[in-house]
Design a protein around this ligand. Sequence first.
Ligand SMILES: [Zn+2]
Length: 155
Amino acid sequence: MIEMNTMNLFTFEDMKKIKRNILGESVPLELFRSVRLIGMYQGLPMKGKNTTMTVGRKIGESMQVSSIEEVLELFEQLRIGIPRILSQNDNEIHIAIEDCFCEGLPVHEGNMVCDLEGAILEGALSSIYEGEIHVREVKCNVNGDEDCEYKIKFS
Ligand SMILES: [Zn+2]
């Protein structure tokens, strides 16, 4: 019973209700990065993979968008990054993210750190499309790639 209550305790709409008179609505990027990279990527088992998938999908589902365009717009509004569709067909969309939160971090080859953002995308799209959606992170600035990219597969 208690669990049922906490499940719907907060909605994405609630997150927009901000009344911080002195410090305002933003927190610095280094805090967000610290949560993501020091806390989750480094601090959790398996680079936080399971947690970021669960957390990202949950956030995505709560956004209640109605089209892929809307999801991509929201990505920019939330300053997750500026998405650009590289290619698109019936079962796959390939997206590049400009100005991702990881831009400027030191390169550590073999590491891709933007899985949470991919999971948010997956969660948001799952409320639009019936059937399976799978988002895969295929490039990341931290890995030394030219940008961060995702492939969204529909099946
Ligand atoms: Zn990134």
